[in-house]
Design a protein. Structure first.
Ligand SMILES: Cc1ncc(COP(=O)(O)O)c(C=O)c1O
Length: 416
C-alpha cells in the first residue's frame, strides 16, 4: 500500500519545508539582533537551498509520476471535472453509473459497484457474504496491509499463507490452512501479476469456500485469456492514485456476475438501504464520488495502452540489467502481468537501494513488514519464502511515462 505522502523521496517536500523553516528561524533571530549583513547572507543561503531542492525533486526518477500523466491528458481531465462542477451532482450520479457500466464491460463481467476505496470493496464483499466473527479468511502474508485489515474489519480472522516464487499466495500451502471455520480465500494479484485462478477456483469449490479476488494492483491483468475481476464471487479494485487505474483521490469498485450480490452491495454502500430510503440491514456510507468517476472514465480509455507501456518498460529492464546478483520478474505469458510494481530481488538490495538513492532514483520495498509481523495481527507462524523474499525485494521506478533513457540510466547504475 503506498500513498503520495507515504512515498519516501530521497529529499522530500517536507524536508525542504523544514529547511526553509530552519533558515527563516535563523533569519528572524539575526534580524532581532539587527545584524542585517549576516541576515542578508542567510537569505541568499535560503534562496540557494530552495532552488537546489526544487531542482533535485524535479530531476528525481520517481516510482510513479502523476505530473507527467496529468500533463498528457490535461484537456480531457479538466473538461471531465468541469462537467461535474457545472452539473452540480457530486455523489452517486450519472458519472458513477457510466463508469460502473464501462468498468464492468472492461472486466468482462455483468456488474460493477463503485465504492469509496479498495479496502471498503473488500470489507463490503465480506459483509455481503455474511462473513464475520468466528470465521476465518485465508490471505497471503505478503500483501498490502489493507487486504488483511478488511478481514479484521469484518470481525473474521485473517489466516496467513506463504508466498510462491512469484510472490503470490502459494496455492499448494492453502489446503493445510483450511478448517471448519474457514469461509473464504482472498488471493491478491500482487504487484500486477495474476494468480492461477483456475487452481484457486477449483480449490475453493472443492472446500465450499467463497473466492474474493483482491485486484487492487492488477487492473487489466489476464489469467488464461480472461481478465482478473471476473473469477471470484466478488472481485475488488482500488483506484488509489498510484494504481494502474488510479483516481485523483480515493475510490474503489467491486465486480461480480451475480445479480443478487450486485443488489446487496449497492445497498451495503448506502447504509443498507435498497431504495436509498429504507434500511433493513447493516450498511455503511462508502460511495464513489462523481469527480473521481469522471476522471476514471477518462483514464479507463488509456488503461490498455498504459499497461502495454509498463510491459515494454519491464522488457527493457530485462534486456538492460545484466547484474547477475539481481533476479528480475519473469512471465510465461505477457498478458498475465501488468507491472503495477516492478519488484526485483537481490541479496545486496540495501546497498543497491543506497546507490540508487544517491543518484536521485527512488526505490521502495513492497512490503517492509510481512503481515504476520504487524503488531495488529500478532500472528505466530513461519513463512519461509515470504521471509526470504522480504530481505531481498526492492521496487524500481515503473509507470507508463518512464522514459527509455531513464530505464537505461537505472540499469547502468545497477550493472556498475
Ligand atoms: C493489494 C491491495 N489491496 C487493497 C488495497 C486497498 O486499497 P485502498 O487504498 O484504495 O483502500 C490496496 C491499496 O493500497 C492494495 O494494494
Amino acid at each position: 500500500m503506498q500513498s503520495q505522502s507515504r512515498i519516501s523521496c530521497g529529499i522530500s517536500r517536507q524536508g525542504v519545508l523544514n529547511n526553509i523553516a530552519k533558515y527563516l528561524g535563523n533569519v528572524k533571530t539575526l534580524l532581532a539582533e539587527l545584524n542585517f549583513r549576516r541576515a542578508k547572507n542567510w537569505l541568499y543561503g535560503l534562496c540557494a537551498m530552495c532552488i537546489y531542492s526544487i531542482l533535485k525533486i524535479h530531476n528525481m526518477i520517481q516510482i510513479v509520476d502523476f505530473i507527467r500523466e496529468y500533463k498528457s491528458i490535461k484537456k480531457e481531465i479538466d473538461s471531465a471535472i468541469n462537467r461535474v462542477l457545472r452539473r452540480g451532482v457530486f455523489v452517486l450520479g450519472p458519472e458513477v453509473e457510466n463508469f460502473e457500466k464501462n468498468f464492468a464491460k472492461y472486466c468482462g463481467v455483468k456488474y460493477a459497484v463503485g465504492v469509496a476505496s479498495g479496502t471498503d470493496a473488500l470489507y463490503l464483499s465480506l459483509l455481503a457474504l455474511d462473513i464475520g466473527r468466528g470465521d476465518e479468511v485465508i490471505v497471503p502474508v505478503n500483501t498490502a496491509l489493507a487486504t488483511a485489515m478488511a478481514v479484521k474489519m469484518s470481525g473474521a480472522k485473517p489466516v496467513f499463507c506463504d508466498s510462491d516464487e512469484n510472490f503470490l499466495i502459494d496455492i499448494n500451502k492453502i489446503p493445510a490452512l483450511i478448517n471448519k471455520r474457514t469461509k473464504a480465500i482472498m488471493p491478491v494479484h500482487l504487484y500486477g501479476r495474476a494468480c492461477d485462478m483456475e487452481k484457486l477456483r477449483a480449490l475453493a469449490k472443492a472446500h465450499k469456500l467463497f473466492l474474493i479476488e483482491d485486484c487492487a494492483q492488477a487492473h487489466g491483468a489476464v489469467w488464461n485469456g480472461k481478465k482478473v475481476g471476473g473469477w471470484g464471487d466478488f472481485s475488488c479494485f482500488s483506484f488509489y492514485p498510484t494504481k494502474n487505474l488510479g483516481a485523483y483521490g480515493d475510490g474503489g469498485a467491486v465486480t461480480t456476475n451475480s445479480e443478487g450480490h450486485y443488489k446487496k452491495l449497492r445497498a451495503l454502500r448506502f447504509y443498507g438501504a435498497h431504495d436509498r430510503v429504507t434500511s433493513a440491514m447493516f450498511g455503511i456510507n462508502s460511495r464513489l464520488d462523481e469527480k473521481q468517476a469522471a476522471i476514471l472514465s477518462v483514464k479507463l480509455k488509456y488503461l490498455d495502452k498504459w499497461n502495454q507501456k509498463r510491459k515494454n518498460t519491464a522488457k527493457l529492464y530485462g534486456k538492460l540489467i545484466s547484474n547477475k546478483n539481481i533476479i528480475l520478474p519473469k512471465v510465461n505469458n505477457e498478458n498475465e502481468h501488468v507491472y503495477h510494481l516492478f519488484v526485483a530481488r537481490a541479496k545486496n538490495r540495501d546497498s543497491l537501494m543506497k546507490v540508487l538513492k544517491k543518484k536521485n532514483i527512488q526505490t521502495l520495498i513492497h512490503y517492509p513488514l510481512l503481515l504476520h509481523n504487524q503488531p495488529i495481527f500478532n500472528y505466530k507462524g513461519r513463512f519461509a519464502n515470504a521471509e526470504k523474499h522480504s530481505k531481498e525485494i526492492f521496487s524500481l521506478p515503473m509507470h507508463p511515462f518512464l522514459k527509455k533513457e531513464e530505464v537505461a540510466q537505472i540499469a547502468k547504475i545497477l550493472n556498475a
